[in-house]
Ligand binder design. Structure first.
Ligand code: ADP
Length: 461
């Protein structure tokens, strides 16, 4: 679409409007001036003919023609009409050739009203004339006629002045239109796209300014988010490589010793065991990284996700973890207050929920003291299913309760590594809970240990 130019358009409209208005005003002035001209002329002619009439009234009828021909009214035409309409005297034509003048409007008007005026083209002299007539005492009528400018002639006489006026008007209209356009367009030009709401602008521009402002803010925000995401990714990659280095170095080191025959046959089993432990740690790390990267991609939990019975999940996980619980002589109260199955129903990704429960129970086992207690509770309140995993271990100090859900954050580094932690377990728990529209937080359990509370939306229907 071709762009419209606001300045150009405003300029043309203002300019042509001003010129149009000036032309209309000029026409009105001309019309009014012509009327004034006619009126002035009528008034002056009338007063002159009145003077002539009063002079003639003093004179005997027989001497009037003589008197008139000597009267110094040379710039006007003078006519004396007898009571019967015959022209007795005319200053510009021979009265004997002139027709009866009783029918002339000014003569008729003078007979009827004493005096009268009329304006027309005279048939006797063929010019545009203005007549003024006054009836004398004895029925004769005296008339003066003066050449009058016709309207076109009058306009013609005004043309030079009007031309000068119009040119001046064009120049003024051009300058004013330019000035106005500049002033009107200025707020548009002055708008600062970085800070559109600062500075003065038209009220009508508010929606536009708001929109620019909003979009700019969103842009800044999404840039910031992108930057933060990129930083997190870089940091995460760095951490993963760092975490992998240690087991790889250990594995490499022991394998080299064995290859060089520096490990006595009796110790080979021990070293192989160490290698196995490290490779398992690496395996866990790789698994956790993969799970997180799937979670990062989103869409692990669809809108039409199947029903999952959390209590069944807990039972399956505790079977898997039984050897660990027994090894640490833990007394477990799994699902002691467990709800009926239908109260533990959520919608979601069963494998992911199993991993969530596994990580929490695994942590409870790993951080509990020998012979400690572990308990799982599931309850539904309203639209929420709550799963709580309690232990009587060291618990999590207030200041770390947010941070332990960050990737690779560990309160006790050595404890985590000794027990085979990857530092990613709780990050996965948090991500998995959020992927299901839920939350997770940690509080102090009634035994003084940690209590991890996961809240998930209950399955409807
Ligand atoms: P890790 O593999 O190190 O256990 P997690 O992400 O599972 O990684 O946990 C992060 C940190 O949170 C742990 O290093 C530990 O300090 C703390 N933590 C997790 N679970 C518990 C618990 N049940 N009791 C006390 N501290 C815990």
């Amino acid at each position: 679409m071709p762009r419209k130019n606001l300045s150009r358009r405003l300029f043309l409209e203002l300019f042509f409007f001003a010129v149009g208005a000036a032309l209309v005003i000029a026409a009105l002035i001309t019309a009014v001036s012509y009327q004034t001209y006619e009126k002035d002329m009528t008034d002056s002619l009338l007063s002159r003919v009145e003077a002539v009439a009063s002079a003639l009234n003093q004179v005997d009828a027989d001497y009037r023609v003589r008197d008139l021909s000597t009267l110094a009214v040379n710039d006007v035409r003078c006519t004396l009409v007898g009571g019967d309409g015959t022209v007795l005297y005319d200053s510009e034509a021979d009265p004997s050739t002139m027709e009866n003048h009783n029918g002339r409007p000014e003569i008729e008007g003078a007979r009827a009203n004493g005096e009268s005026t009329s304006s027309r083209t005279s048939s006797t002299v063929g010019e545009d004339l203005m007549f003024a007539a006054v009836a004398l005492d004895d029925g004769q009528v005296v008339r003066l006629g003066e050449e009058k400018r016709s309207f076109p002639a009058f306009v013609g006489s005004m043309l030079p002045a009007m031309a000068v006026g119009t040119i001046a008007e064009l120049v003024v209209a051009y300058l004013i239109a330019r000035l106005l356009v500049r002033r009107i367009v200025k707020p548009f030009d002055a708008i600062d796209l970085q800070h559109p709401s600062v500075g003065s602008y038209y009220e009508e521009m508010q929606p536009l300014v708001d929109r620019i402002d909003e979009q700019r803010r969103q842009l800044v925000k999404s840039n910031e988010e992108l930057r933060r995401a990129a930083n997190l990714r870089r940091e995460f990659t760095g951490n993963v490589s760092h975490e992998m280095k240690t087991p790889l170095q250990v594995i490499g080191g022991y394998a080299e010793l064995m290859e060089n025959g520096m490990v006595p046959p009796s110790d080979v089993k021990h070293f192989a065991g160490l290698i196995l432990t490290e490779s398992r740690a690496m395996r866990s790390l790789v698994d956790d990284v993969l799970t997180l990267s799937h979670l990062d991609e989103g869409n692990m939990v669809g809108d039409d996700a199947p029903l999952v019975d959390l209590s069944q999940v807990v039972i399956r996980v505790s079977v898997r973890l039984r050897p660990k619980f027994e090894e640490k002589h833990l007394s477990t109260q799994l699902l002691e207050e467990s709800a009926h199955s239908e109260e533990a129903l959520v919608r979601g990704n069963e494998a992911l929920l199993e991993q969530l429960v596994y990580n929490l129970l695994d942590n409870a086992a790993r951080y509990s003291v020998d012979g400690g207690r572990v308990r799982v509770r599931i309850a539904r309140t309203g639209d929420t299913v709550t799963l709580a995993v309690d232990d009587d271990g060291p618990g999590v100090e207030e200041e770390y309760r947010e941070r332990i859900f960050e990737r690779f954050f560990r309160v006790d580094e050595s404890r985590s590594r000794e027990t085979g932690g990857t530092g990613l377990g709780l990050a996965i728990v948090k991500h998995a809970a959020e992927a299901h529209g839920g939350t997770v937080h940690v509080e102090e359990s009634e035994w003084g240990g940690a209590s991890f509370v996961v809240e998930l939306p209950a399955a409807v229907g």
